[in-house]
Write a protein that binds this ligand. Structure first.
Ligand code: FAD
Ligand code: SF4
Length: 500
């Protein structure tokens, strides 16, 4: 049995055995040498069995045991130059939090992370660490394998889960009320971060959220099997304990405008974190057929409306046999894996380039492959085919080869003439990325946006309007949780300065 296939119990037992000599050495007052640390095996993440998990929505990655976390932490060299911190968009003090784990002080570890990252249980699960902190880790470089870098994200998740599961979460202290009011529009990672940082200063914060549940993409996009919704809810509960008010089913631009919030409802400042929830389509024939979904709609029905819970779901979902997902990012992986869990017999992912160019997190691609998702690389649809009732019955696909690199540095796909072919499917999910939500922008006079509809901000996240700030996907375009949080932190600092 390979290490990756070992069960949680086996991995825990192996870690306990490997820890014994390390503990003995530490007790004798001797420090581990760098060579000894580099020789400790990288700890695999225990995961649900690949076949079983295709039929449930429970979390796939089961999390390190305490012994695994302690052993993995011992792999860190505590580098003085901290290259991992340079790789982290919010500069989590990585060597410091790992040193606390080495000491067995998990609370101190999570507190250190929370100095710069308010959502460690989320980020430990969904951040693309292999492109950030772990990419620059000395251990991975020394062992010439990114997979052998210190598993910073898994350690972050371990301490955050430890804190939550042991009832150790303490809401941040809130200063005495200032009488100032701040409106936060959108409750994704950007909005939640702003709310926490502004509330701490004693300002009254109200979050306005269009959906009936707060959390943004963390709730309606990223599936339960990757990010359990109870974890996001815990973060939201912490905010309400800090006194933050959350108004759901409140669509700014319809219920009230930004101008009304500021001029009539007397908010002293507003933060716009409405994300990029507008799906892109391909503009090919057949996209209006029954059985074609945007990944956004498919995932929202599945996650937020709980379509996977067939007996209790408020919103039904199409039951498919053969699903084709178009795209190569996280959204495509989530849609494909969700389709499998909703009972599809076969799920294909069609991607224009190859595995090497796929933007999705490496772990999600590996999990999708283990679960039996079929990857058709170097392919793109020409048209979607329908029957006389307007239902999807297949797709005409074009083959591609890789040409020269484009402006993104990735080799661009070049169509192979005459290579078209047709294959059967009854569902097509388009996962080609998202654009800015237009409603708020259209209803806010004087708000400057770029040609893609992204709000233009200065280095303090301030928009063209007085006292109105913005951040996250509505500024960056579809990006990541950690980048949205980073923008939220900057905006909150500027709002706090404004209200001083
Ligand atoms: P969002 O999370 O989009 O939140 C915006 C909120 O604003 C929403 O709740 C929306 O309902 C609300 N809203 C919109 N308009 C209005 C309005 N007019 N009035 C009131 N409320 C409004 N990133 C990662 O780092 N790792 C991943 O693994 C990952 N996987 C992803 C998978 C999927 C399926 C998707 C779609 C995205 C994924 N991302 C991932 C990207 C990440 O989730 C986003 O970059 C991040 O959530 C952006 O945060 P945000 O706060 O800007 O906006
Ligand atoms: Fe530890 Fe790697 Fe960061 Fe060095 S680069 S301090 S080994 S996590």
């Amino acid at each position: 049995m390979s290490h990756e296939q070992a069960t949680k119990k086996q991995l825990d037992a192996a870690a306990k055995t490997a820890l014994e000599p390390i503990i003995a050495k530490k007790k004798a007052g001797q420090a581990l040498t760098a060579k000894e640390r580099m020789a400790i095996p990288a700890q695999a993440m225990p995961a649900q069995d690949a076949v079983a998990r295709g039929k449930n929505v429970s979390e796939v990655a089961e999390g390190y045991s305490e012994a695994q976390a302690l052993l993995e932490a011992e792999r860190c060299l505590g580098c003085k130059n901290q290259p991992c911190v340079d790789g982290c968009p919010v500069r989590v003090p990585i060597p410091r939090f790992i040193a606390e784990i080495q000491k067995g002080d998990f609370k101190a570890a999570v507190d250190a992370i929370k100095e710069t990252n308010l959502l460690p249980a989320v980020c430990g699960r969904v951040c693309p660490q292999e492109k950030q902190c772990q990419l620059t880790c000395t251990v991975g470089k020394g062992l010439k394998s990114i997979e052998k870098a210190v598993a910073i994200g898994r350690l972050e998740r371990f301490v955050a889960d430890w804190e939550r599961e042991n009832g150790k979460i303490t809401p941040p202290a809130v200063k005495k009320p200032t009488g100032k009011k701040v409106a936060v529009i959108g409750s994704g990672p950007a909005g939640l971060t702003v709310a926490a940082d502004v509330a701490r200063e004693g300002h009254s914060v109200t979050i306005f959220e269009a959906f009936h549940k707060p959390g943004g993409v963390m709730v309606y996009g990223i599936p339960e099997f990757r990010l359990p919704k109870a974890i996001v809810q815990t973060e939201v509960d912490t905010l309400t304990k800090m006194g933050v008010k959350i108004d759901t089913n409140y669509l700014v631009g319809r219920t009230r405008t930004v101008k009304q919030l500021i001029d009539e409802d007397k908010f002293d400042a507003a933060f716009v974190g409405v994300g990029a929830g507008l799906p892109k389509f391909m503009g090919i024939p057949g996209e209006n057929l029954v059985g074609v979904f945007s990944a956004n709609e498919y995932l929202t029905r599945s996650n937020l409306m709980k379509a996977y819970d067939a007996t209790r779901a408020a919103t039904p979902i199409f039951r498919s046999k053969i699903v084709t997902v178009i795209g190569g990012g996280n959204v495509a992986m989530d849609a494909a894996r969700m389709a499998l869990r909703l009972g599809a017999e076969k799920v294909h992912v069609i991607y224009r380039r190859t595995l090497d160019e796929m933007p999705a997190r490496a772990e999600e691609v590996a999990h999708a492959m283990e679960e039996g998702i079929i990857f058709d690389f170097l392919r793109n649809p020409n048209k979607i085919l329908g029957d006389d009732k307007g239902r999807v019955i297949g797709m005409e696909v074009q083959k591609f080869q890789l040409g020269d690199p484009d402006e993104s540095g990735r080799r661009s796909p070049v169509a192979i003439p005459g290579s078209e072919y047709v294959f059967d499917c009854d569902t097509v999910i388009v996962a080609l990325g998202n654009e800015s939500n237009p409603l708020l922008v259209k209803t806010t006079e004087g708000l400057v946006v770029d040609k893609k509809g992204r709000i233009v901000v200065n280095t303090d996240q301030k928009t063209s309007l007085d006292a109105v700030y913005a951040g996250g996907d509505i500024v960056l375009g579809a990006a990541t949780v950690i980048l949205a949080m980073g923008e939220g932190r900057r905006a909150a600092a500027a709002i706090n300065e404004l209200l001083k």
